[in-house]
Design a protein around this ligand. Sequence first.
Ligand code: SF4
Length: 99
Amino acid sequence: MSTGDDALEVWIDQDLCTGDGICAQYAPEVFELDIDGLAYVKSAEDELLQDKGATTPVPLPLLTDVVDSAKECPGDCIHVRRVSDSVEVYGPDADEHGQ
Ligand code: SF4
C-alpha cells in the first residue's frame, strides 16, 4: 500500500466545542461553524460533514494550521490522528500533549 504512514485525519468532539470559531479562523479550509454554532470538519470537496465526530483528511500544506487550531482550541476537542493506526498525534489524547 502506498497511502503513506504519515497521512493524518482530524475530527472534532462537538460535545466539548464552545463555538468560539478559533479553528475556523486558523484553518477555514478544514473547519467551519454550522448553524448550530458548533464547529465541524469539511471534506476535501469543501462539504461540511455534519455527523458528530466525522473525520476528514488533513492536507499537508494545512497541517500547521490544523495543529495550531488543536493547540488553541478552548474546548480541547480537536483530535488529529494517524490514518494508518488511528493513534492521536495532536490533541487532548496525544502522548506529546502540549509539545
Ligand atoms: S476551536 Fe475548538 S472549541 Fe472553538 S469552535 Fe473550534 S472546535 Fe469548537
